[in-house]
Ligand binder design. Structure first.
Ligand code: PLP
Length: 461
């Protein structure tokens, strides 16, 4: 009897498998798809595992990437020249990088090249090439932030990562989650909502401003965190108050009390020297699209190996059930070009040099802060040494209408600075005072902060 076509084909596949198994006993051929990878490309966990064991061959890129030749002592000029050469920013007093970042021109070009390349043969890209490319770029980013590539996944933004972690917690009635009053607004809402849903308690502790030093925060955590608290959430650099939290000490206290620690590092990548494996946080997330200047829609989530099994993405897709990296790497058909452009962002930072970048930012923060404090005869929200690439400088008291600082007044001043002086800087009401939160990146220069000093002086007349 004639065999059905499907059966004949299945026999052929079996024959092929036998031949491969005889010729190459190392290659495991299974009858089904090889766990999670695409039909035509390798399993994601295996690819990442190969990186660990040193057997890794990166996929070749479909086009040449921009070359940065700053390595050979050929240091670029920071400030205006850097802005014109590597950013798309207009010539305004843009001192609010902390809000939405600002993308490197070359990285955006590369992301757009990927988009065009993908559409020339979508099947080739999505089915055969995408996963190995994502693994490749994950490997490079993991190296940069000091952890194993198997402990890090790419996500679109910190908000998504925070949701994944908080929603995956085993929080129930009688449990407590802990945060400080400087926690990012959206994250406060997330914690409140999840605690309410599960009948858990959310403990919020307040820091008093101005801060006297890191020990004030350490003492606050030491005195208020109860043993057995399920989860504590801290910003590496809080958005409003913009000081750098003393993470090693805080994490230590939490672990001594049996509390897992989730760090929101939205503002940290690029500004802080991250060594995630040794930092000891249970979960750490940061944006690439903020201070690292990648195209928008790019962030990462690090999770300690022993906690990876209990964590699942918000979006369940094909990789579900095949391991931490597989579960996150594909969240459905979408534009992955921001992730792929990370090669160029990493090339840029490595070429210019982290020491040079951080050195320029640190010096300029110090000069800008001194200038504003001296001109306005005010003070800072925290000691100068506690700031990274953002700082909160108090505005002159006479700008306050009835002596009380609130959100409405902050908004009015911010709008006047923008509409009348073309200065983009946020104004914050904290601890009964008004502050400007200045951002400093490699394209900024001192004269922009002089302009801010002048404008505020004029407003006080
Ligand atoms: C401290 C902090 N956490 C989280 C976020 C959210 O980042 P994203 O909108 O990229 O998810 C921000 C954004 O500014 C932030 O400042």
């Amino acid at each position: 009897m004639e065999l059905p076509v499907v059966q004949k084909f299945a026999d052929k596949v079996d024959l092929l498998k036998t031949t491969v198994a005889e010729k190459s006993p190392d290659i495991q051929v299974t009858s089904a798809r090889r766990d999670f990878g695409s039909f035509h490309s390798s399993n994601v966990q295996e690819l990442l595992g190969a990186i660990k064991t040193g057997n890794y061959v990166p996929p070749s890129l479909p086009f040449d990437l921009p070359q940065f030749s700053y390595r050979n002592g050929n240091t670029p000029s920071f400030g205006q020249e850097m802005r014109k050469k590597h950013f798309l920013l207009e010539e305004t007093t843009f001192i609010n990088h902390g809000a939405f970042g600002g993308t490197l021109k070359d990285a955006l070009d590369v992301a757009q090249k990927w988009q065009v390349y993908i559409e020339r043969q979508p099947l080739r890209f999505y089915d055969r090439e995408l996963l190995p490319h994502l693994v490749f770029v994950t490997k490079r980013l993991a190296e940069f932030v000091g952890c194993s590539p198997t402990d890090l996944v790419l996500v679109p933004n910190v908000t998504m990562a925070m949701n994944c972690v908080v929603r995956s917690q085993d929080l129930k009635q009688g449990d407590t989650a802990f945060m400080l009053n400087v926690t990012y607004g959206a994250v406060k809402k997330l914690l409140k909502q999840v605690c309410e849903e599960r009948g858990a308690t959310l403990q919020e502790e307040s820091l008093e401003f101005p801060l006297l030093g890191p020990s004030q925060i350490i003492t606050k955590v030491k005195e208020s965190l109860q043993p057995g608290t399920k989860l504590a959430v801290f910003d590496h650099i809080p958005s409003n108050a913009s000081f750098v939290n003393p993470l090693p000490e805080i994490i230590d206290i939490c672990h001594q009390r049996g509390t897992k620690v989730l760090i929101d590092g939205a503002h940290a990548l690029g500004v802080m020297d991250l060594k995630l494996s040794s930092l000891g946080a249970d979960y750490y997330t940061s944006n690439c699209h903020k201070w690292f200047c990648s195209p928008k829609g790019c962030a990462f989530l690090y999770v300690k190996p022993e906690l990876q099994n209990c964590l699942h993405p918000l979006v369940i897709s094909h990789g579900f059930g095949y391991g931490f990296n597989s579960e996150y790497i594909w969240t459905g058909l979408k534009d992955y070009s921001a992730f792929l452009a990370l090669h160029t962002v990493l090339d840029f930072w490595e070429s210019v040099g982290l020491q040079q970048i951080r050195g320029y930012i640190k010096d300029l923060v110090s000069q800008a802060v001194d200038l504003l404090v001296n001109r306005w005869k005010t003070g800072l929200l925290a000691p100068k040494e506690m700031f990274g690439s953002m700082a909160c400088v108090q505005l002159p008291k006479c700008l306050l209408k009835d002596g009380c600082a609130n959100y409405e007044q902050a908004e009015i001043i911010q709008n006047v600075l923008y509409s009348q002086y073309n200065i983009e800087v946020p104004v914050k009401a904290l601890g009964g005072k008004l502050y400007v939160r200045i951002s400093i990146h490699i394209y900024n220069e001192l004269k922009q902060y002089q302009k801010l000093a002048d404008a505020v002086e004029e407003m006080t007349l």
